[in-house]
Design a protein around this ligand. Sequence first.
Ligand code: 0GY
Length: 299
Amino acid sequence: MSNFTMDPNWLCFDPAPTKPTFRPPPHAVDAHCHVFGPGDSFPYAPERKYTPCDAPKELLWKLREFLGFERNVIVQATCHGADNRALVDALVNSNGRARGVATVRPSVTDAELQALHAAGVRGVRFNFVKRLVDAAPRDSMLAIAERVAALNWHVVIYFEAADLPEYFDFFSALPVTVVVDHMGRPDVTRDPDGPEFGLFLRLLRENPNIWSKVSCPERLSQSGPPQYTDVVPFARRIVEEFPDRVLWGTDWPHPNLKSHMPDDGLLVDHIPAIARTETLQRKLLVDNPLKLYWPEEVR
Ligand code: 0GY
């Protein structure tokens, strides 16, 4: 019996997604996904707030091929804390087709950062979602941001829209490229022209170094699949106003979803609803992620 049995109210990822109708352009990157464990090889962190189902790298590669993508950006999830071994194992066994975003503590040494870089890490993640982590002090996050700037990495931030007023100035002061997970988690039952989403748009307008992932309709939507209609005006707005600062990802294996587990094929079919032209699709899925994660390939 494993020490890492997934939470009883946890849903595991869809084992047989449908083939998407939308075909991503050549070299497309799934720029937000995770690997979990397997827990017996890569133990989950003692301080974790949930225990997921194992989601090993081999299944991620299989899904990538099936959905029509070429590469992955693997983001360290809170269930692995600052132990990046599962992430690094996936990166170094990806044949150069995956890069990563790690979680580090202030005590991380320069040699450890260099080793993460050599494995393919190009960013660090700061998590502000209260149900997922106990908040780290801001000055320690700032110190980490300054150190990773020297490696030409970026910072990924994850927060919920209701908390943005509290963090707006701190995020604006970060001295690196910053990527926001899942559009800052707007409440999509509200007006996309209203003050809550307006503050998020202001964050991007005032800070040309801040990018957004237009991911996770399945997390944000109240209307649900197959079209996640209520999310579309929010994501489309960001893609059309900031076409050079957006990324997209499946979020496989979709941690912490309690009501429904998405069909990853339908998530891919959501892309043309939010990026309506081939040019926008190419920027979202190819040009922008290559700039951040494979800059050596960008001429
Ligand atoms: C996501 C979203 C979630 C979880 C994590 O690191 C994590 O545990 O990111 C969530 O629960 O909303 O992007 O995977």
